[in-house]
Design a protein around this ligand. Structure first.
Ligand code: NDP
Ligand code: 2IT
Length: 446
């Protein structure tokens, strides 16, 4: 019965959303783990909760024209998918990357619904972005693009409606330009975006939150196996916002971060990567990770980002992008002795890779739980904005740690309750699904 249920749902999802493999993959992962629960809840079946939860409440696509520095007109496409508002206003990041199309935004929006439910904060799920590529663009080009993007988006968002934030290619600079244009169009200074500058409504520790939260979550995973970070060899993929602060916190905890990457290649430094150098190159200068070896000649640089998974390590933290760990990479990690994986990126492991990790019995922290610290801290930013106050770094960090502990406990309890003790994937999917499903039932057929 559960497998028939999965088949039926996937039949509808693939038919209705053709050519969107990432969205199908994200739905399949969730539906497979909740099917045994759903079939035992006649009220979920009767109210067609799963059929409704896989259908976004609203999907927006719009033209974003802008003029580049050479005076040429460029035409890009903007997206905002408002997926589910059962437990709060839509909340989720914006991704600017040339690979963005509707299927990517939908997979991210779908994941966001469940992630946000786990945070215990009152936020629904949404995601947006554009196929605009910020790489190599001047600040003025990025500003003109952001202004054009917000000129359409502003009518669909608001502090109590939909609150976007950053994701790949969207950081403090982009949020600033988007906020400025929103304010100009509406004459309102509100908490419509998170990840704002500290001087104008941003929360301390939001920049660090996803990476720090990932490490707090993985700390609990390690503790359940009586291990601490001391001396562990850690491989972190990516060198953006999530990767940098995960690497920094892991190092602070005593781990030895030996490799990091970007989309061109990876660096290997057996003595431990100096995270601050990476931060200056990537955050400060928008450079390439290969420049690391200019400062640290004992380190190695290799072309190609997939090679990072061939480095023997104890803990792997994929923090770059979706499907960066396939079955072959997962098997290599396992063969080389890796015993814990914490997903900093969204859906970085293919479903085949997850099976390989499960078969090997390694500790696995799924993205919607392990990387929820970023959006949780965004919700803390919303709370501070509503209260017209600002908490200290320590206060926000303490709350973040409490939230990550709570997410871990929810996953463990739900996994236990549904007969899959220790399986954090089932735990995360079950705990969040039940919460959203009950809220949807309470609010009637909408
Ligand atoms: P950034 O843009 O700051 O950094 C992205 C990093 O990943 C860069 O090193 C980039 O390399 C690399 N990368 C991006 N796309 C690819 C690709 N197709 N192949 C290989 N490498 C790639 O983004 P974030 O750090 O914010 O996001 C990283 C991941 O974390 C994403 O999956 C995002 O959805 C997820 N996430 C982010 C949160 C946040 O708060 N920012 C919260 C929760 C999850 P290069 O510089 O060469 O482009
Ligand atoms: O994937 C994510 O959770 C994010 N990119 C952060 C979203 C947010 O609203 O802070």
């Amino acid at each position: 019965m559960p497998s028939q249920f999965v088949q039926d749902i996937m039949g509808v999802v693939t038919f209705r959303n053709p050519g969107e493999p990432e969205f199908h993959q994200a739905v399949q992962e969730v539906v497979e783990s909740i099917a045994p629960i759903v079939v035992k809840h006649p009220e979920f079946i009767k109210m067609r909760i799963v059929e409704r939860i896989v259908e976004p409440e609203r999907q927006l696509m719009f033209r974003v024209p802008w003029v580049d520095d050479a005076g040429e007109v460029q035409v890009t496409r903007g997206y905002r998918v408002q997926f589910n508002s059962a437990i709060g206003p839509y909340k989720g990041g914006l991704r600017f990357h040339p690979s963005v199309y509707l299927g990517i935004i939908k997979f991210l929006g779908f994941e966001q619904v469940f992630k946000n439910a786990l945070t215990t904060m009152p936020i629904g799920g949404g995601k947006g972005g554009s196929d605009f590529d910020p790489k190599g663009k001047s600040d003025n080009e990025v500003m003109r693009f952001c202004q054009s993007f917000m000129t359409e988006l502003y009518r669909h968002v608001g502090a109590d409606v939909d609150v976007p934030a950053g994701d790949i290619g969207v950081g403090g600079r982009e949020i600033g330009y988007l906020f400025g244009q929103y304010k100009r169009l509406t004459t309102q200074f509100t908490g419509v975006l998170t990840g704002k500058g500290i001087a104008w409504g941003g929360s301390l520790a939001r920049t660090e939150a996803t990476g720090y939260g990932l490490i707090y979550f993985v700390t609990r995973m390690l503790k359940s196996r009586q291990v601490d970070w001391d001396g562990l060899r850690v491989v972190v993929s990516g060198s953006g916002n999530v990767a940098i602060y995960a690497a920094q916190k892991a190092t602070d905890m005593g781990a030895n971060v030996i490799a990091m990457s970007d989309s061109s290649g990876y660096i290997y430094d057996p003595d431990g990567i100096k995270v601050n150098t990476v931060r200056v190159i990537k955050e400060g200068e928008r450079g390439r990770i290969r420049e690391y070896i200019d400062n640290h000649p004992s380190a190695e640089y290799h072309d190609g980002c997939q090679g990072v998974w061939t480095i023997p390590c104890d803990v792997a933290l994929p923090c770059a992008t979706q499907n960066e760990i396939d079955a072959a990479a997962a098997q290599t990690l396992v063969r080389n002795g890796c015993f814990a994986v914490g997903e900093g990126a969204n859906m970085p492991s293919t479903n085949e890779a997850i099976s390989a990790f499960r078969d090997a019995g390694i500790a696995f922290g799924p993205a919607k739980a392990a990387n929820a610290g970023g959006v949780a801290t965004s919700a803390l930013e919303m709370a501070q904005n509503s209260m017209r106050t600002a908490w200290t770094f320590e206060e926000v960090d303490r709350k973040l740690m409490g939230i990550m502990d709570d997410i871990y406990d929810q996953c463990i309890e739900a996994a236990e309750a549904y007969g899959r003790p220790g399986d954090l994937i089932v735990g995360a999917n079950a705990a969040s699904f039940i919460k959203v499903a009950r809220a949807m039932i309470d609010q009637g057929l909408v």
